[in-house]
Design a protein around this ligand. Sequence first.
Ligand code: GBH
Length: 509
Amino acid sequence: MYHYIYFHCLIHIILIFRVQATVKERNELDSKLCFHSSFAFGVATASFQIEGAWNVSGKGESIWDRYTHEHPERVFDHKNADVADGSYYKVKEDVQLLSQLGVNFYRFSISWPRILPDGLSNNVNEDGIRYYKELIEELRKNKITPVATMYHWDLPQSLQELGGWTNPIIADYFVDYARVLLDNFGDTVKVWLTFNEPLTFCENGYGGDDAPGGRSSGFEDYMCGHNVLRAHGMVYRMFDQKYRKITKGVMGITNVFPWIEPATTSREDQKAADAARQFMFGWYANPIFSQQGDYPQVMRKAVDANSKRQGFPRSRLPYFTAEEVEMIRGSFDFMGLNHYTTYLAAPGSGKISTKPSYQDDINAIITQKDEWPKSNSTWLRVVPWGFRRCLNWIKNAYNNPKILITENGVSFEAGLHDTKRVNYIDAYLRALHAAIYKDGCHVLGYTYWSLMDNFEWMRGYSERFGLYQVDYESQNLTRTPRLSAKYFSNVAKTGCLPDDYTDYTYNTD
Ligand code: GBH
């Protein structure tokens, strides 16, 4: 209990740097929708998507380097992230952008192969340590709290040669890597996330077409997930035992949870929606955040049964030992949550083919409504009310954990006058405000994805999520604030949503 209260306070204190004056300002504006002064605002990026310098000063090759070089045809615009936003060379410039925004924190990720070129801790690349130390120091000078993700998908290629996340040994190597990070940055980074979206990199990476391009759905994706959960639990336990006291930090994991609404109110659709939530979110949340731990029961039952029907002598979803269940259960100080959009679910046909597939295991038809406003990403429609439902579902399922929204954002066409993005952020923040102050959800802060346009994985540079526009034609990759940067900086600095958009020519088209 003591620990609980202690960490509750600690993460608040760590994230908050907002100036006192804004509290007064806010009291004068009762009519406005305001977040409590302890609520933190930030923006996020990820190493592979912004750094470039892919083979500079000792950095090793990552699976995304290899994949985009070998298969340019699989990337929408046939581009790669060799240069990306050049952030490796722009520490001061990028921190200036953050400072102009007035955000409390910056969520960035650390490139494993920049720190450990071969993935292994016997060879530490000093330039990698230097680079992140410079970034962290620059943030500190500007009173911006660093929030670091240990793994945002850029696995060292050398470890992929051993099977990557499908090989159980990788959990040990991830622990070694985490130890190097905590030894080097533990004194200055107080908020840690082990992983970004295991669902995405296991499902799309080992079950689909993202790097490393495993395309082994319903099989390698489950192995990946299993080892990621073990690796997370092991790193959290090491942190708890060896680093927590000396670093005074906190640690969590980021999962992605699109809201899943039943397509109709029928019992069948509700059941399908519940199963889909468990397969998408519960897969990674239940073992860590639920009272009982382990995989969600619907998932366990469905994959076990389907594996049997397909003639496998054992389930395609691996089993944790009793010790592993205990190690993973409760391995968090807070929950990182990425939320972008909402889907509808209806029951699938129940048919399975002999070839395993995650989709068959879920057995749901996932769609979106035509009338929901589109973005520039096929998977992302604007459905702010889904955010509130998502947060309430988590509150009920996992005993109202402390949540840090680690990503929320939207892609639109290039251009500086992005009223549609302003509209999206404002609407999602209103839904979040209701979830916190009307429903009692325990949310500590909000992170917009992304600080600036960047390499959008298989979509190349074709989808833009940035508050700052990046001019990829210009020599120095010029960053220019969009209207949404002005809007978001106003929100971050005051903690309030503006009443009207006279300044921003708000419209909802
Ligand atoms: C985030 O994931 C990532 O964490 C971040 O790196 C990324 O830049 C951001 O999204 C914006 O894209 O193409 O139909 O197969 C959000 C969840 C999961 C959404 C994978 C896109 C692929 C859908 N993502 N999904 S599809």
